[in-house]
Design a protein around this ligand. Structure first.
Ligand SMILES: NC(=O)c1ccc[n+]([C@@H]2O[C@H](COP(=O)([O-])OP(=O)(O)OC[C@H]3O[C@@H](n4cnc5c(N)ncnc54)[C@H](OP(=O)(O)O)[C@@H]3O)[C@@H](O)[C@H]2O)c1
Length: 265
């Protein structure tokens, strides 16, 4: 496989939504806790998020004054990606086609952020839509970037570069709905790790994939913990062709066992 193994790890509502106020309700707290716990324990080279999620979780809407930076003109016939000699081994990969994210450091450093993310080296995945001065800003901040597309990010090309230039073998895809949809349609999700909260979301909240194509998965694990269902699926046929299955729950119960044990308590 000439791209990293991709595990889409998400909290969902009972009706398959992944965005919205339900995520911050007390009824969703256990699901979020389990989500972060699994996130910390999955072996991967980092996580990928869409621009909106990165903004909401990490940059808080900060944006630099681009007039302070020299433009870096990129010629798409040349290799214009910017990679540091010394990169940390754990990456926060931002799918940010137009360069809208303002970072104040080249690593995720935020005491309020879950330790599973802290210290991750930021990588920007961009398209030709980006302002040349934004590249100057990223270089000045020592934030690596790769180009993958003209107007939309070509998921396959981005993943090819993340494997072959950066060396990523396994990455977590952690939302939101739009970026997940791009990956699903590119047939680039090998594994689903779904933490189902006992909550129904609201009408306008978005589903696991904002846009999707028909595809099949096989369930390989299910367990119930604190009223939350934890589900692990592999892309159909993946088990035979890929031995890079990362999740191994030592204490995992099958759904049948979990229901029996809940009943007997
Ligand atoms: N339930 C969970 O576990 C979970 C996890 C993470 C996030 N979330 C929630 O998800 C919400 C955000 O989700 P969202 O679906 O609105 O946004 P998103 O997927 O986080 O970000 C979407 C944006 O990313 C860029 N993008 C991503 N892939 C692209 C591609 N292949 N080509 C071009 N552009 C691409 C575009 O940026 P531009 O708009 O700049 O063009 C696009 O609008 C947040 O509210 C957060 O709370 C939930």
């Amino acid at each position: 496989m000439n791209r990293p193994y991709i595990i889409c790890h998400m909290v969902t509502s009972l009706d398959g939504k992944v965005t919205g106020d339900f995520l911050s309700t007390p009824e969703c707290a256990d699901a979020c806790e389990i989500y972060y716990d699994i996130n910390r324990n999955l072996k991967s080279n980092g996580f990928i998020c869409g621009r909106v999620t990165m903004e909401g979780s990490f940059t808080g809407g900060y944006y630099p004054d681009l007039s302070r930076y020299e433009p870096v003109h990129h010629d798409m016939d040349l290799k214009m990606d910017f990679i540091l000699d010394d990169m940390s081994g754990f990456y926060a990969v931002a799918f940010d086609p137009k360069g809208k994210l303002g970072w104040e450091s080249n690593k995720i450093i935020d005491p309020d952020v879950d330790p599973g993310y802290n210290g991750a080296q930021i990588i920007e995945v961009l398209t030709e839509q980006v302002d040349a001065r934004y590249l100057g800003y990223l270089k000045s901040m020592e934030i690596p970037y790769i180009f993958a597309g003209k107007t939309e990010i070509d998921v396959e090309f981005a993943l090819f570069k993340l494997k072959n230039i950066i060396g990523c073998e396994t990455l977590l895809l952690e939302g939101g709905s739009i970026v997940n949809g791009f990956f699903q349609r590119a047939d680039a999700i090998d594994e689903l790790s779904l933490i189902v909260a006992p909550v129904v979301a609201e009408k306008d909240d978005k589903p696991l994939f904002a846009d999707s194509a028909l595809s099949n998965f096989e369930i390989v694990n299910a367990k119930i913990e604190n009223n939350v269902v934890v589900l692990n699926y592999l892309k159909k046929g993946e088990r035979a062709s890929n031995n890079n299955v990362v999740i191994k729950w030592e204490d995992a119960l099958t759904l049948d066992e979990a229901i029996k044990s809940e009943k007997s308590e």
